[in-house]
Design a protein around this ligand. Sequence first.
Ligand code: GRF
Length: 217
Amino acid sequence: LRLAVLISGSGSNLQALIDAIENQQLPGVEIALVISNKAHAYGLQRALKHKLPVAYIPWKKREEAEEKIASLIQLFQADLVVLAGWMRILSANFTAQFPQRMINLHPALLPDDGRDTYTTSDGSIIPALRGLHVVEQALERGIKVTGSTVHYVIPEVDAGPVIGRAEITIEEGDTADSLHEKLKIQEHRLIVEAVRAHSQHPPCSGSTCRCDLSVSE
Ligand code: GRF
């Protein structure tokens, strides 16, 4: 399974994938290329350090950028597109080219069915937070549990079949920064587990999903 990893920033989730591959935790998986819409994304340095092909595609006109990204994915023969901290909304035209071949990591808990609420493992019903700034939103809404989700990408933003989730408890005194740091530690395991699940049973979601994580694990 060849991955195209799309990033916009620090690339710590990309690093988790690189490490898992180097430590033989993802047999049969390799990173074909890393694409960033930001020239100075630290994730590009991480990729170069591991001698991975990288591309910087500026996001001036979405259509042009998407065309370039799609050509690169084809040229580098990537089978799965991984949005790991990718901060741009992709058009329906683009996403339609990768049905069940593109996954997104989102720093909030999302339901299986596009509903507006999510029921946590302890039974509380929380809003499904979509879009940007959801870590801040979790704090503002005063919810007690949040987490991250990996799901297949469909044209609707932050919707689509869920591959896996990791829940975490929001502690009193958590700030957006402290909460995001804790989420990222979970995400680093989650993204690896989600890629593993897809590599073993593509497409992997719903009852076939085997990669839900929780803090206690
Ligand atoms: C992650 O928390 C991801 O959920 C969000 O952006 C962050 C990316 O972090 N969409 P990194 O670039 O992988 O370090």
